[in-house]
Design a protein around this ligand. Structure first.
Ligand SMILES: [Zn+2]
Length: 389
């Protein structure tokens, strides 16, 4: 056991941000490259520490030695992480599969998995002494950033699609953030947020672009490793729009195991599930592309994964391929059916975006991509009450 003070000595500034396109090193307060506007990757400047957990903390910050270092006094936490894991035997039997676990990520302070990324991002924002954050979101990340900004004493402006569920918009407003509805496709919401950032100099907390968000998501991988030890589930099913969890958790596995081919083989196979109405990653995966192509978008009830141009498309596709996973699309009717079945057979009430993952698993089993005797874990990303439908 080591004390928190000793951990501070282990983890002085342990990373830098580097442009994924031109290689320029960026300031910690940048969210994209000032030279070419490319997105930034977080690069570790120290090897993976031997001491991987902080025994004085629980949840996401239990893994503080593996996270980007911030001053302890700057940490903005609402008790996120350490989410429950349950097995859904009745649902699994209905789909002729033996062992399906669900990580209940909606058992989080704001009701979604986004809190893992937000606690990291807002802690960095506070340690940098920033006053205002701007975010664009279909709802869950916005609600998360709004709540953590309130906790940190920062002002937050959240741009949301005008079609965002009323429950999520109300959640954002209740914690005192400024909420700005935007008409048009999801990309128009991002453009409106970036215009605000350019005009006001606010910090862009965009969860699909800011590298610290995915860094917090790595805690999901650390929890799986601590829960399962050497016997990780064979498959991991993730509802995927912007892909922060796919990218963050893959990075987390490599950070823990070390970046090697052996480490990649130890990772669960990551399967990204999208809505058939908006499936750029499925199109890319099927066509063997390393980036998401332009797509025709149709309305879908899975608003949380309706991202027609995912900024981290290359990282998502690389993670899926490196682990031997796949990308699959499901339609709204299957999503509704699985949402109902999951609620009524297991008592697990998720939003439609999350139900898409269960529909995706059912399809992967039908297609023979996942065998019935392979242990599979589904990420239940968002609570049903956030998008009652
Ligand atoms: Zn660059």
């Amino acid at each position: 056991m080591v004390s928190a003070n000793q951990l501070d000595a282990i983890t002085p500034s342990n990373h830098r941000l580097r442009c994924r396109d031109c290689g320029t090193v960026a300031a910690h307060s940048d969210w994209r490259c000032s030279a070419c506007l490319g997105l930034l990757r977080l690069e570790w400047t120290k090897p993976t520490p031997g001491q991987r957990v902080d025994p004085t903390r629980s949840g996401v910050w239990h893994y503080r030695p593996l996270l980007p270092s911030v001053e302890p006094s700057a940490i903005v936490s609402l008790g996120e992480g350490a989410t429950p894991l349950v097995w859904i035997d009745r649902w699994a039997r209905a789909h002729a599969i033996e062992r399906v676990g669900v990580k209940l990520e909606y058992v989080s302070p704001t009701g979604s998995f986004k809190d893992r990324g937000t606690t990291m991002l807002l802690s960095v924002a506070r340690s940098l002494g920033l006053a205002k954050v701007v975010e664009d979101s279909s709802g869950n990340a916005g609600a998360s950033v709004a709540a953590y900004a309130a906790r940190a004493g920062l002002s937050a402006t959240i741009y949301v699609p005008s079609s965002a569920p009323a429950a999520k918009r109300a959640q954002i407003a209740r914690v005192g953030a400024t909420i700005v509805p935007v008409d048009g496709p999801r990309s128009a919401v991002t453009e409106a947020a970036l215009t605000d950032v350019d005009r006001t100099g606010a910090y862009y907390a965009g969860h699909n672009a800011n590298p610290y968000f995915a860094a917090g998501m790595a805690s999901f991988a650390y929890e799986l490793i601590e829960t399962f030890g050497a016997q990780l589930p064979r498959h991991l099913i993730v509802p995927t729009g912007g892909g922060s969890l796919v990218v963050g958790c893959f990075d987390g596995f490599l950070r823990w195991f070390g970046d090697s081919d052996e480490a990649r083989r130890r990772c669960p196979r990551i399967h990204a599930v999208q809505s058939a109405g908006c499936a750029p990653l499925v199109a890319a995966f099927g066509r063997g592309l390393d980036h998401a192509p332009p797509i025709e978008r149709r309305p879908t009830i899975a608003g949380g994964i309706e991202v027609e141009r995912p900024p981290r498309d290359r990282e998502i596709l690389a993670a899926i391929r490196a682990t031997g996973g796949s990308a699959v699309a499901v339609d709204d009717e299957e999503i509704r059916r699985e949402r109902r079945l999951l609620a009524q057979s297991e008592g697990i009430d998720v939003e439609p975006t999350t139900a898409a993952a269960f529909a995706g698993l059912a399809q992967l089993v039908r297609d023979g991509v996942i065998r019935s005797d392979e242990v599979t874990l589904v990420v239940a990303t968002g609570a049903g009450w956030k998008d009652p439908g």
